[in-house]
Design a protein around this ligand. Structure first.
Ligand SMILES: O=C(O)CCC(=O)C(=O)O
Length: 274
């Protein structure tokens, strides 16, 4: 349960560090399950299991990766692994997300592992999540990002731009320097006084970090000898609607019509306030 002070901090910054929500054994179980799914040894399959390097340029035209770099992305590992489904239902995480969203019902929009291997882990370009999800409205989702290794500057932890969740859709205005510093191509499109100043978002193994779906964020290379594994679950408030306006990998799993609440077996309810 988050305090009022923590909720206020989230509302101000668009991100918040939560507590340690997984013990050593739970982290170990998820790491083993992840290995199985990434190797294609699971009976059930996720929606995606790929090297983001191959599709990165389509997603983020502001950040290119070199050919030797790798970010393994697994989408909807909860469909392939019961342990990851249980993780998505985590009672502390879902209760805290419901507080941040001010909702009484939560569904999984989708989940996502990003694994940056030692030495060759590539960057995840600066982005906002909601513009990359052009089939759902409104932009009021919150994600829970749980580290399966200590995520620190050296191994490519996420960086966040405080306050940027209040700037609207800036995806086309976002750019990066070669040193991974974000900036606005046209500062005139930002609200008056907005400062693009990124801060590192280091998260300990088993700890959760929350971010709003409009917060500018990204994560640089992993050139350390440490792995950087993490599971993000993107949660949607119960009132989130299917509003198709572009492509998305989850579109094939939608069973409702435009304008309807995005419900269905691939978007399960994981929290209901009693
Ligand atoms: O894991 C990362 O470095 C990026 C994850 C991300 O962009 C997200 O969870 O929204």
């Amino acid at each position: 349960m988050l305090s009022e002070g923590q909720i206020k901090e989230f509302d101000t910054n668009g991100f918040l560090k939560g507590g340690v929500v997984l013990g050593e054994d739970e982290v170990e179980t998820l790491r083993e399950e992840l290995e199985k799914v990434m190797d294609g040894r699971s009976v059930k399959r996720p929606v995606l299991n790929r090297n983001m390097r191959e599709s990165e340029s389509k997603l983020y035209d502001n950040m290119k990766m070199s050919v030797d770099e790798k970010v393994v992305q697994v989408v909807n590992i909860w469909m392939a692994s019961d342990a990851f489904y249980r993780h998505a239902c985590h009672s502390v995480i879902t209760e805290e997300i419901a507080q941040l969203c001010r909702t009484d019902t939560l569904r999984i929009w989708h989940d996502q592992v990003q694994y940056k291997p030692p030495l060759s882990g590539g960057p995840t370009g600066w982005h906002q999540d909601h513009p990359l999800w052009p089939i759902i409205q409104p932009a009021e989702l919150v994600s829970a990002w749980v580290a399966l290794d200590d995520a620190v500057i050296e191994n490519g932890c996420m960086w966040m731009v405080p306050g940027s969740h209040k700037w609207g859709n800036q995806m086309k205005n976002m750019a990066t320097t070669p040193e991974f510093k974000p900036y606005a191509k046209d500062p005139g499109q930002l609200p008056e006084g907005a400062a693009v100043e990124a801060v590192p978002f280091e998260i300990k193994k088993g700890q959760v970090g929350y971010h709003h779906c409009l917060t500018w964020h990204g994560s640089p290379h992993n050139r350390s000898t440490m792995k950087r594994r993490a599971i993000a679950v993107h949660y949607m408030p119960g009132y989130t609607r299917y509003e198709p306006a572009g492509g998305h990998v989850m579109n094939d799993y939608v069973e409702v019509g435009p304008g309807d609440i995005l419900a269905g077996e691939h978007f399960p309810v994981v929290y209901r306030k009693v």
